[in-house]
Structures are given as structure tokens and as C-alpha cells.
Design a protein around this ligand. Structure first.
Ligand code: FRU
Length: 483
């Protein structure tokens, strides 16, 4: 399985780029954001915590930022939820983890980091909260799972808790030595009756070694959720390219849980683009499985006084069909509309507008929608269905006088259903959905500044149905002051 690459912790400085802050996606009020963590629905609100550097637009001293919403459209930013140190196991960072309700008490399990660079320790810490999840009390017994020095890999992080057979399972992303002696991504399991003391249960899942799964050097942010008779496992795959880690993307496996071993039946890529990483699941009260992920910002614009780097994806609903996860945008996103829905041919959009395009279509060639064009109208960024090689795929392409060059594509999970393309364009972010799959990508708005929505056909027979465009934005009701 091939995952595209993008830089993990970019520090590239683009001079004079077009700064377009996302309007329909969550980002931090300012500075750096990476993984969504600790997703939980609590007392009528969805809570999204996130990896956040409050003081700089680059990855660094990680805190847990916090936003919440009752309807996935109006969001309130709260004070920082978890702050490192001043001493102890999280003095150099509160890294990713999860929140579960243990005996009625919301409890965060996170990665406490102490020490720098290759000498740092990653340990599981715990904090509890009452009320509205804005104040957290760290467990004086932290770390509850200490650094596993000498017993294997140094990377053990991102605790994810799940109930199974009257016990708690905790998964950590790690690496494990394969038969060839090389370390590859893996998930290690721990078990507990009370979430205070944990016993290690060994490797839950690792690369099957048959080329079907992306190995990477380390797997991060494991997620495990029961879906009917099956379990869905999601991992994020990190590789090393030179001194910096690179986030390759996320992969899923659907299968069975046998004690503390995961037995895969089917595996695949989680997203067809190159910026989505660290997807995290939330069990909604109505039974839906919602997923948010980090949208990386490989070329952030750091000019100006108030940079915002990184964003959280739109919430996706995940279901299983034929042992594979199929996704669609959450229905609540209809509420993002901030203006009338327009027929595509009448659409008028300003240069900074975020917008959603929906289009019904059937094609055996390439058909879709032009979204953004270059100033001279000679190039366009296009999303469509590419069936030119007989396998219908959701695709992002660049259109020039020479035709359509596909940049990202992923085969539809539901190729036989009527195809509705559903695309969100928000600053440099494009999130597109069709046939149960999705692509998240970034476009350079310096190259493609102009929203110009129009139908595109390569050649061959195509049927277009309803084509609509709606201006969209989140309602952010409260922003935290600069700490
Ligand atoms: C994933 C990740 C996690 C880690 C966190 C640090 O992007 O590397 O494994 O806990 O980010 O910010």
C-alpha cells in the first residue's frame, strides 16, 4: 500500500503568500496545531482537544488545546486543558492521547514527555476532570505506565483506551523488530481492570509483512472501535527521512479481536490525499462513529503577525460496508451555510470565501468540477471522478491546456451507488468526498487564487445532475486570549 509523503514539522517560510485562514475548519486561535486528541461527547457537547503550541507557529512544547460544540458548527475555544510540567513526567510536553469516562469521571490519558531529542522519555499519564472539562487534575501517581527502558522500543505513545470483555484495553503506538531485525510500526496493548494499574499484553498488531500495510518506522495514534461484529483499527504511519520524521498518512484494518491480538480481514488507506494524519474517533450519543484528523500544512505562510498553522479536518461519519470503512461528511455540516445555495452556473464567490460544492454525476471518463484557477485562467485545480482506467476513483487533478493531470486519487469504496461529489474548499484546504472515500489536500492559493466553479469533462459520456454551491463558515463564539 502506497502512502504519499509530506513533511512532518515544516518550518519553511513562504514569503508573500496569500494568507487565507480556514473559515470552515477548526484551527487553533493562533500558532501551531497538530493531532486532534481526547475526542469525547460529554453533557451535550462534542469536545475536541488538540496538540497545540500556544507560543509559536511551529511544532514544539506541546499542550492540549480545547474547543467544544453542541452542533459541530458553532465552536467555543476554551483555555488550554493540559500544560506541561513544571517538573515531572510531562515537563517537556503533553503529547497525544484520549479521554474516556471512567466510573462517571472524564479521564484523560496522554503521553507525558520529559527530556529532549533522542534522550526523551515517553510515559503514560492520567488527569481527571469534572464539570465542563475545562479544568484538569493530574494524577499524583503519574506516570501510570512508566518508560519501558531496556524492554524494547523507546517510542510508546498516544494511549487509546477501549472497553472489551469487561476490561480496559490501552493501545500505544510503537515499533517492533520484524523477522529481518528491522524495526517497523506496531501497536502494543496493555490491560487493566481499573485504569490505574496496567499489565502489558504484547503486540496487538504489526505489519503483516505481505506488502499490504504501510510499515513506516513507528505507528502513532492507534484507534480501535467496535463496529457490529468487527473491529476497526486505524494507525498513523511515521517514517524517518533524514533528521526529521515524516508523517506518511493513515491506514485502516478491519478484523477481529482475539484477546489482545488483532486479526485483520481487510486493510486500506484512510484518505486519498497527502495531508491527513492522526485520525481520531469519537462515539457520538446517537451511535455514529465520527472521525477528526490533523490536516498538515506543508507550506505554511508564516508572514504576518498572527499565523495559524495546521487545521483539523471536517468531522467524517464512518460506517463499515463489506469489511471496509466508508465515510461521508457529518450531516450537521449543512449548518455551515452562511449564504444562499446557488446553482453552479450562477455562483459568485469572493477570493477568501470558503464554499461547498455538491454535484451528482455519472462518468466512464473523468468528470468533475473546477474549483480554483490561476490569475491568468490557464491552470485550474479540479476534483472529480476518474474512471479512465476502468476503476472509478475520487481524484484531484490539475487542469492545463494539455489536459487533466491526476495528483491524488483513491478508488471509490461504493462504486455501484449513484455518485455524489461533495467538496469543501476552505483557504488552502480541499476536502472532497464521493462513493464512501475522501481526499484531503492543500492547494497553493498563491498559484490558484480565484474561486471559479464550473463543470469539467475529459471526454467520453458523462451525465451531470444537480450542481450547487454554498458559502460556508464555522461560527466561532469565543476565542481564548493569547496565553
Ligand atoms: C502524531 C504525533 C504523536 C505525538 C504527537 C506529538 O502526529 O507525533 O505520536 O504524541 O504527535 O505532538
Amino acid at each position: 500500500m502506497d502512502l504519499s509523503t509530506s513533511p512532518r514539522r515544516p518550518d519553511a517560510r513562504r514569503q508573500g503568500g496569500t494568507r487565507l485562514r480556514p473559515r470552515a475548519h477548526l484551527s487553533a486561535p493562533r500558532n501551531w496545531i497538530n493531532d486532534p486528541v481526547g475526542l469525547v461527547h460529554w453533557q451535550g457537547r462534542y469536545h475536541v482537544f488538540y496538540q497545540h503550541h500556544p507560543f509559536a507557529p511551529v511544532w514544539g512544547l506541546m499542550h492540549w488545546g480545547h474547543a467544544s460544540s453542541a452542533d459541530l458548527v458553532a465552536w467555543t475555544f476554551h483555555d488550554i486543558a493540559l500544560t506541561p510540567g513544571p517538573d515531572g513526567p510531562d515537563q517537556d510536553g503533553c503529547w497525544s492521547g484520549s479521554v474516556v469516562v471512567v466510573d462517571g469521571v472524564p479521564t484523560a490519558f496522554y503521553t507525558g514527555v520529559s527530556g529532549q531529542d533522542d534522550a526523551h522519555r515517553q510515559e503514560v499519564c492520567r488527569a481527571t476532570s469534572g464539570g465542563d472539562l475545562t479544568t484538569w487534575h493530574k494524577d499524583p501517581a503519574n506516570p501510570i505506565v512508566p518508560f519501558a527502558a531496556g524492554s524494547g522500543p523507546d517510542h510508546r505513545r498516544d494511549p487509546f483506551l477501549v472497553r472489551s470483555d469487561d476490561r480496559w484495553l490501552m493501545l500505544l503506538g510503537t515499533s517492533a523488530r520484524g523477522p529481518n531485525g528491522v524495526r517497523h510500526g506496531a501497536v502494543v496493548a496493555y490491560e487493566s481492570a481499573d485504569t490505574a494499574s496496567w499489565q502489558e499484553r504484547g503486540i496487538l498488531f504489526r505489519d503483516p509483512g505481505d506488502g499490504s500495510f504501510p510499515t513506516g518506522a513507528v505507528w502513532e495514534c492507534p484507534q480501535l472501535v467496535r463496529m457490529g461484529e468487527r473491529w476497526l483499527l486505524i494507525v498513523s504511519v511515521q517514517a524517518r527521512r533524514g533528521p526529521d520524521p515524516v508523517c506518511l498518512g493513515a491506514a485502516w484494518a478491519v478484523g477481529d479481536l482475539d484477546g489482545a491480538r488483532f486479526v485483520p480481514a481487510r486493510v486500506g488507506r484512510f484518505d486519498g490525499g497527502d495531508v491527513l494524519y492522526a485520525p481520531a474517533v469519537l462515539a457520538a450519543p446517537d451511535g455514529r462513529c465520527l472521525v477528526w484528523a490533523w490536516l498538515q500544512d506543508p507550506e505554511p505562510d508564516l508572514t504576518g503577525s498572527d499565523p495559524v498553522v495546521g487545521a483539523i479536518s471536517l468531522p467524517r461519519v464512518i460506517e463499515l460496508a463489506d469489511d471496509q470503512p466508508v465515510c461521508r461528511p457529518a450531516d450537521e455540516l449543512e449548518g455551515l451555510a452562511v449564504g444562499d445555495t446557488m446553482a453552479m452556473e450562477d455562483a459568485r464567490l469572493g477570493p477568501g470565501d470558503a464554499f461547498r460544492v455538491t454535484l451528482d454525476l455519472a462518468t466512464r471518463s473523468f468528470a468533475g468540477v473546477r474549483l480554483l484557477t490561476s490569475q491568468d485562467q490557464q491552470r485550474a485545480s479540479v476534483v472529480g471522478i476518474d474512471a479512465r482506467d476502468g476503476v472509478p476513483a475520487l481524484a484531484m487533478a490539475e487542469e492545463t491546456a494539455d489536459g487533466l493531470r491526476t495528483i491524488h486519487s483513491i478508488p471509490l469504496a461504493l462504486p455501484d451507488a449513484p455518485t455524489r461529489l461533495d467538496v469543501f474548499v476552505d483557504g488552502s484546504i480541499i476536502e472532497a468526498f464521493a462513493g464512501g472515500v475522501a481526499i484531503a489536500a492543500r492547494v497553493d492559493r498563491g498559484r490558484f487564487p480565484a474561486p471559479t466553479v464550473a463543470l469539467v469533462v475529459d471526454d467520453g459520456p458523462v451525465t451531470f445532475g444537480d450542481a450547487r454551491v454554498t458559502p460556508i463558515a464555522l461560527r466561532v463564539t469565543d476565542a481564548v486570549p493569547v496565553p
